[in-house]
Design a protein around this ligand. Structure first.
Ligand SMILES: *Cc1c(COP(=O)(O)O)cnc(C)c1O
Length: 369
């Protein structure tokens, strides 16, 4: 692999394929697979990722916002796309781009029915979200009858799927709660669909649901983080391969003496002669200030180099004393020798926040399978 000449997020589609096949292998053949590609496919490149997943055989996509779905449609994605968190303002665009809304409340359901009727649609696919304990989006159990009446009272829409979301599928301490959510989902869906003359897809599992509760896969699963290489579990992580590797380069190296300080507010003070390297990446690229002050570090020619001083907007300084390196050398922020989860934990956060935080201005390089 050639050395990075700038800050770049390498996106390895071979690793994506590996993760897809691993997650698929946990499921019965007839279970559909929805790939979650919201937030730029978890901070990477939603178009490249979705194209690869479409080729690998995923059945469905999900994004959070309408804008994200339109981008996929405009770039050749033809599979169904569920929009997890749409606003009424965008319902006409949803219809125009053949996107499928999650309808999670009486307000959104009624508004979508009127938009669909206004466009003279018939059997337009929608998804009904049920709240089983996360208390975020979705209909509660007492509302099921009303949902049924609204849906069957119009010809304009049809329920493509009924779904819910687990609150703590990665947490074994919460196993009883999770099983309770799955049972409630089973009851609520039955109440909703028993008198329909067709059978919607049912789904509740996210990545950790697939791993820890594969028997609750129903007819589809929704996986995000697992596709990108994270299992939310020390035992599962080694089976998956992180898709993104964040690399940068040494812009400048200087030697400083005892008592000299580095960076804003002079936070790092050298206790002895020290070699400092400067990198073209900062908090505006998604490496928060929390990683500074030697909390976290990066890898230079296979050696750990702590981040010293405050993280700046576009620059980080690292301590490379005793490390054989020169200006122009490649630096690995995460991936390769440093598992991204270890880097995230050093900053007190989780893989989800680290990778989705990588900003658009960071160059992306797609590595084909
Ligand atoms: C983001 C999201 C997912 C994906 O969860 P992972 O833990 O990344 O697999 C699934 N379902 C819903 C509703 C989501 O918002």
């Amino acid at each position: 692999m050639p050395e990075a000449k700038e800050t770049v997020l390498e996106i390895d589609l071979g690793n994506l394929a590996h993760n897809y096949r691993f997650l698929r292998s946990k499921l019965d053949k007839d279970v559909k697979f929805l790939s979650v590609v919201k937030a730029h496919a978890y901070g990477s490149d939603s178009v490249a990722i979705a194209k690869k997943l479409q080729e690998l055989g995923t059945d469905y996509f999900a994004v959070a916002y309408v804008e994200e779905g339109i981008r996929l449609r405009e770039n050749g994605i033809t599979l169904p796309i569920l929009v997890l968190h749409p606003q009424v303002l965008h319902f006409e665009e949803i219809i125009e781009h053949c996107l499928e809304p999650n309808l999670y409340s009486e307000r959104t359901l009624k508004a979508f029915i009127s938009a669909a009727e206004k466009s003279n649609l018939k059997d337009y696919p929608v998804h009904i979200k049920l709240n089983t304990g996360l208390n975020r989006l979705g209909f509660d159990q007492p509302e099921i009858k009303k949902v049924f009446d609204l849906v069957t009272g119009t010809k304009s829409i049809k329920i493509a799927s009924v779904f819910s979301h687990l609150a703590a599928s990665e947490d074994w301490q919460e196993r009883d709660f999770t099983i309770g959510q799955i049972d409630l989902f089973r009851k609520m869906t039955w109440q909703l669909i028993e008198n329909l003359d067709y059978e919607p897809i049912l789904h509740i599992c996210n990545t950790s649901g697939v791993i820890n509760y594969p028997k609750a896969a129903f007819s589809m699963v929704r996986t995000g983080i697992g596709l990108y290489g994270y299992g939310n579990d020390k035992n599962v992580d080694p089976e998956l391969k992180p898709v993104g590797t964040l690399k940068t380069i040494i812009s400048q190296i200087r030697e400083i003496g005892k008592g000299d300080t580095v960076g804003y507010n002079r936070v790092f003070k050298a206790e002895k002669p020290t070699r400092i390297a400067t990198l073209p990446i900062g908090h505006a690229d998604g490496i928060n200030r929390i990683y500074g002050k030697q909390k976290a570090g990066v890898y230079v020619n296979g050696k750990y180099a702590p981040i010293v001083g405050n993280v700046c907007m576009d620059i980080i300084m690292i301590n490379v004393t005793g490390i054989d390196c020169e200006e122009g050398d490649e630096v690995i922020v995460f991936g390769g020798p440093q598992h991204p989860v270890a880097f995230a934990e050093a900053g007190g956060t989780i893989s989800y926040e680290l990778i989705t935080g990588i900003q658009r201005r960071v160059s992306k390089k797609i590595i084909p399978e």
